[in-house]
Write a protein that binds this ligand. Structure first.
Ligand code: AMP
Ligand code: GLY
Length: 422
């Protein structure tokens, strides 16, 4: 099988690493990839948003499976572009079509879907300019903090959590007036849920599904979960509080009704569903859906997967997922993200990275790197994810931290307390 994986982050390096081990892989391409994927696959200079270019590459290189890492091409309809094109329709696309991708691409759609199918989630009101008075009434009825979400994709920045009511109403108006462009033409106002978050992933073909190990990511830049939100500073899998009883609830109250709902809506779906959950008391609630794997969660989930990932993709396509015996390492996995100084604000790129050979005890996944003049240099805010496995969470974390110390680039920063609350 020839596979093209789209994306360039740590998630894609982890997926590429796993795919490269498949017995069925003939040729693995990553578009555009990074300095890490270049070691294990062929990087191709391709823009995942240019569907024509992606399609032509697949035809010219006899690609059998297209795996879409990030959400943006899915929300824009790359899967439909392939299924609607007679030359491309036989290529398996891992990632839903535009309708399925609305679960992530429109918060209003996701909330409406959850309310129709009785999936536990925070109460909400969707505001647009025409309904501002009702929206303010809804805000008035909430207790602080106030949760405002741009309906559309806003590069992970579209959620505001505000303590003060007047400020919340002001921000609501700013959002409706284009603070996040078209993405905030509608704003979902939510009841605030208090609890502890975790991420759960399934691979599904719309009928069958396999559940991957759950993970917890650490979104804030500062230790003890302080400071600005980032794309994710580290992750742990498994999550100690997600015991069997809780995960059974997740499956019965959230995963099954979601898959059944997609069926009832006539929405075909082949790909991952990422359930961003919060445990309130002993009950799971959905904070958000994503239609792809998480980053940095992939960097802890995929190293625990024992099965051949390509086999899972093919089984999903051939309606044979229920025949799969999915197996995971019992060990804990911890990933620590090394980021550029200044991130998530302004930061510099192009810093040489050294010490990458210190990977014997773990995996060094590249998140934002490239090759420049034969050297590996920084190319993003999140630069390197170091993953280690261990018999306990603490062993896994300390092994990752040991490697994190040895990899170096100017103004490197990382959190040393990943997993502190588990
Ligand atoms: P989202 O992009 O929807 O995942 O939201 C980003 C973050 O905001 C989440 O990971 C939560 O920490 C927080 N958040 C979102 N919605 C709520 C809510 N209804 N109650 C409490 N926290 C929330
Ligand atoms: N780690 C959260 C995300 O991938 O959206």
């Amino acid at each position: 099988m020839n596979v093209l994986l789209l994306g360039s982050g740590g998630r894609e390096h982890a997926l590429a690493w796993k795919l490269s081990k498949s017995s069925k892989i003939v040729k693995l391409y990553v578009g555009p990839g990074n300095a890490g994927t270049k070691e294990i696959a062929e990087n191709v200079a391709i823009n995942p948003m240019n569907f024509r270019e992606v399609g032509l590459f697949c035809l010219e290189n006899n690609v059998n499976i297209l795996v879409v890492g990030p959400e943006a091409p899915l929300v824009e309809g790359i899967s439909d572009y392939f299924s609607n094109n007679p030359d491309l329709k036989n290529i398996i696309v891992i990632g839903p079509g535009k309708k399925g991708a609305l679960l992530e691409g429109s918060k209003d759609f996701a909330k409406g879907f959850m309310s129709v199918y009785g999936i536990p989630t925070a109460g909400y009101f969707t505001a647009c300019k025409a309904t501002i008075d009702k929206a303010i009434e809804f805000v008035e009825k909430q207790t602080p903090p106030y949760v405002l979400k741009a309906d559309g994709l806003a590069a992970g920045k579209g959620v505001l959590i505000i303590d003060n009511k007047d400020e919340a109403i002001l921000s609501l108006k700013e959002m409706l007036n284009g603070k996040f462009g078209e993405a905030s033409a509608r704003v979902v106002i939510e009841e605030f849920l208090s609890g502890i978050e975790l991420s759960v992933f399934v691979l599904t073909n719309g009928n069958e599904y396999v559940i991957f190990p759950e993970a917890k990511d650490y979104k804030r830049i500062g230790e003890q979960d302080t400071g600005l939100n980032t794309g994710g500073m580290g992750a742990i899998s498994p999550v100690s509080f997600a015991d069997k009883e809780f995960m059974d609830k997740v499956e019965n109250k959230i995963i099954l009704p979601t898959i059944n709902g997609l069926n009832k809506e006539g929405i075909p779906y082949l790909g991952f569903i990422f359930f961003g959950l919060i445990k309130v008391g002993n009950e799971p609630y959905v904070i958000e859906y994503n239609v792809r794997m998480g980053d940095p969660e992939t960097e802890v989930v995929i190293p625990r997967l024992k099965n051949d990932l390509l086999d899972l993709f093919i089984a999903a396509k051939e309606n044979k997922l229920s025949e799969i015996d999915i197996k995971f390492e019992d060990d804990f996995a911890a990933t620590v993200m090394l980021v550029s100084g200044g991130y998530p604000g302004n930061y510099e790129k192009g810093k040489e990275i050294t010490g990458l050979e210190n990977n014997k005890d773990g995996k060094i996944f590249h998140a934002g790197t490239k090759i420049h003049n034969g050297k590996v240099v920084t190319e993003g805010g999140r630069v390197i994810a170091v993953t280690c496995l261990g018999k306990t969470k603490d062993i896994a974390v300390s092994k990752s931290l040991e490697i994190a110390e040895k990899v170096s680039f100017e103004k490197k920063y990382f959190r040393k307390d990943i997993g502190f609350d588990l």
